[in-house]
Design a protein around this ligand. Structure first.
Ligand SMILES: Nc1nc2c(ncn2[C@@H]2O[C@H](COP(=O)(O)OP(=O)(O)OP(=O)(O)O)[C@@H](O)[C@H]2O)c(=O)[nH]1
Ligand SMILES: C[C@H](OP(=O)(O)O)C(=O)O
Length: 234
């Protein structure tokens, strides 16, 4: 199975601008990317980072075996076009029958799934449907496995609903995968809570946040994150 990890390399995570400076956003996005790549390799696959700009895996905080398994493909096109160009049945010269029997499945795993584990990915990769999809909160699509030659992605907005509809339109079976770890993408400041609560000891993303001075704030209501004053962006 090919595993593609889209990564906005130049100005990542703009929705975190209120709580992280541009260099911090970049460092945090790269930490999440490194955690995702590590999980993909632990799950037995060699990921390709689909990046908007050149990226040297040696500059990521990766173990040597993970770094050696990572490839980078640069594609400056918008996300949807760049991903569609990697899906089965798209000008790859492969023998893609309509029944999908000769298709090498392609998984698309977003780089901001900070809680990803090898086990969560293995469960997704094991789903036999033509399209397996993990929705994110708010209607996005956090991860997909495509085994159908006619299926195409359409990201942004309520892309989960769009992907269900596209699968229906092309006659592909679709299974929605219920996964807390893959369903948690880190888009907004409130999502940082999940990283601090559920990130594991060896993960880079929670370590970065703690380095930046973030900690959990437990009040009577919902848990939030707070940042030590002297470490705040302004
Ligand atoms: N290759 C590629 N990846 C992208 C692009 N836009 C976003 N991504 C990646 O796709 C995943 C989901 O991205 P989003 O959460 O929608 O956007 P983001 O750039 O991470 O964050 P915001 O700037 O806050 O929207 C992340 O892994 C991004 O790095 C793009 O244009 N091309
Ligand atoms: C790429 C986009 O991600 P979100 O902005 O919803 O995190 C989507 O899933 O359509």
């Amino acid at each position: 199975m090919q595993v593609v990890v889209p990564f906005a390399a130049t100005e990542p995570k703009t929705r975190l601008a209120d709580v992280l400076t541009p260099p911090e956003r970049s460092a945090f996005a790269r930490a999440m990317l490194a955690d995702v790549l590590t999980a993909v390799v632990e799950a037995g696959h060699e990921p390709t980072v689909l990046a908007t700009a050149p990226l040297d895996p040696a500059t990521l905080d990766l173990e040597a075996d993970v770094r050696d398994a990572v490839a980078v493909a640069v594609d400056e096109r918008p996300l949807t076009e760049a991903v569609n160009a990697r899906l089965p049945g798209r000008g790859d010269g492969g023998d893609d029958g309509d029944d999908g029997t000769d298709i090498d499945p392609v998984a698309v795993v977003m780089a901001d799934l900070a809680l990803t584990t090898a086990g969560a990915l293995e469960a997704l990769f094991a789903v036999a449907a033509d399209v397996a999809v993990v929705p994110g909160r708010g209607g996005g699509t956090n991860a997909l496995v495509v085994r159908h030659p006619a299926f195409r992605v359409d990201y942004h907005g309520a892309s989960y609903l769009d992907h269900c509809e596209i699968a229906r339109d092309v006659g592909a079976s679709l299974e929605t995968v219920d996964s807390f770890r893959l369903g948690t993408d880190v888009d907004e400041p409130a999502d940082l809570v999940e990283v601090l609560i559920h990130g594991r000891e060896t993960d880079r993303a929670p370590a970065r946040l703690r380095e930046f001075g973030f900690e959990l704030e437990r009040t009577d209501g919902r848990v939030t994150v707070a940042r030590l004053e002297e470490s705040s962006p302004e």
